[in-house]
Design a protein around this ligand. Structure first.
Ligand SMILES: [Zn+2]
Length: 444
């Protein structure tokens, strides 16, 4: 067995979990000091803390590899897809999109997910309730991001009128969702973050009032920021300042906040973000697909910012496999910083500890006593691993993409690669049908 723990810990003998937490770490050759009810043999596994995905848009699984959007950079890609997404009004399809993304993430070894959802057409006003229900059914931890857009083209924003909501309606629903689902306590299965979509789709008033509400309700803040040079130009033209200044002016430069992408920051902005304890979700796959650029991960970490990982939405990835994202993070960061500067342990740390910090959690993201028993276990029995030396490095370098076992809060949720309680073939068929029907409906 290989296991990712702090270098000072000898965990060669395994772990004991009780009441959903890790209560004992056993050194090689030793036995548990307490009585255990059940033993699982992890002798042939590589064991990681459960992976934590800190940015996604589940609904986009219905618009993967969209023929009119592929081969475009962010603003043109968004302008092509907003009107398409506006037509996702079937709640069964939305539920299937959510279930599919959650299942993909689980199968790649994720135990905690965060979805940034900002579309609430008539019929899916209760998108957060559907997501909470699906995560609970699968047994995954989830941060529900009550996303929002209230600035459309007619007011100088990027999205069309059809996808934005009234600000007061948004804030009322944010409060409702927090009251219904936000559990700030240790071991929480559901938490809520407030997540205005981006500077070019949200009014300044909504940015500011979301920050005030998050402070009042003790929940986190999330938004897209620093993704493209187009966004810099937009902020300078509309607000006469750069995106980080805009955050600061609206009460967002604090440790409640984590940002998706965070690519185009200058040195001074990086040091301000680090000083204020802002987290950044690095989305390597999406950033490469849309040619957005490279997040300055090492400088951000050095400045004191937390760096986590995200797959981003399924129209710019276009899958939901965080182990693949870990591998992409290694590759793009090595290209930027050099082969010795970024190791497999660094990128695995981003996907676990770093992501946990982005979500404001100190009970997940590590294998240690007192942490939640969230584990992702992989086998190295596929052709791609044959002959590998270092087992932990092999996960990343040979391209692990599917967990063999996953435990969340001490409960098995995936065994022998199969998510418990989910018929994967049926889910695939139902989701495919929903996506095909949706695509067909666009041209009626
Ligand atoms: Zn995104």
């Amino acid at each position: 067995m290989a296991i990712l723990v702090d270098e000072t810990i000898n965990a060669g003998g395994g772990l004991v979990t009780r009441s959903g937490k890790i209560v004992e770490i056993i050194a090689s050759g030793q036995s548990p000091s307490i009585e255990v009810d059940e033993i699982s043999d992890a002798g042939s596994h590589v064991v990681l803390p459960g992976l934590i995905n800190t940015h996604h848009h589940f609904y986009q699984t219905l618009t993967r590899a969209h023929p009119e959007a592929i081969n475009k950079e962010l603003f043109d890609w968004l302008k092509t897809l907003y009107p398409v997404w506006a037509k996702i009004v079937n709640r069964d399809s939305f539920r299937l999109a959510t279930r599919l993304a959650l299942t993909e993430l689980l199968m790649s070894g994720c135990t905690t997910v965060s979805d940034h959802h900002y579309l609430y057409p008539t019929g899916i006003e209760d998108a957060m309730d559907i997501q909470a229900d699906e995560a609970t059914r699968i047994g995954m931890r989830m941060t529900l991001n009550r996303g929002s857009m209230d600035l459309s083209v007619k007011d100088g924003g990027l999205p069309p009128d059809s996808v934005v909501q009234d600000r007061q309606d948004i804030l009322a629903d944010c409060e409702r969702v927090i009251n219904a689902f936000h559990d700030p306590g240790e071991g929480a299965m559901l938490q809520v973050a407030l997540a205005p979509c981006s500077p070019f789709s949200v009014t300044t008033e909504l940015m500011r009032e979301s920050a005030d509400l998050a402070s009042k309700c003790n929940c986190r803040l999330h938004t897209h920021l620093g993704e493209t040079h187009d966004e810099d130009a937009y902020c300078i033209e509309k607000f006469s300042c750069r995106p980080v200044d805009y955050l600061e002016e609206n009460g967002w430069l604090n440790e409640r906040t984590w940002l998706a992408h965070g690519i185009h920051f200058n040195d001074q902005e990086i040091s301000r973000l680090g000083h204020h304890g802002v987290g950044v979700c690095h989305c390597p796959t999406s950033n490469m697909v849309l040619a957005s650029g490279q997040c300055r991960t090492l400088e951000l970490e050095q400045a004191g910012a937390s760096v986590g990982l995200g797959v981003d939405g399924s129209a710019s990835n276009d899958n939901s496999n965080l182990m693949e994202g870990v591998r992409h993070a290694l590759m793009i960061n090595r290209l930027t910083y050099g082969a010795a500067a970024v190791t497999h342990k660094d990128v695995l740390r981003w996907a676990t500890e770093g992501s946990a910090k982005c979500l404001g959690r100190n009970d997940i993201g590590k294998i240690d006593i007192g942490y939640q028993a969230d584990l992702a276990m992989y086998t190295l029995d596929e052709l791609r691993f044959s002959g590998a030396g270092d087992a932990l490095a092999a996960l990343v370098l040979c391209g692990a993409h599917r967990a063999d076992r996953v435990m969340i809060g001490g409960q098995w949720t995936l065994i022998d690669g199969n998510p418990l309680g989910i018929d994967v073939a049926r889910l695939r068929a139902e989701h495919e049908k929903a996506a095909r029907e949706f695509a067909g409906s666009l041209f009626k």
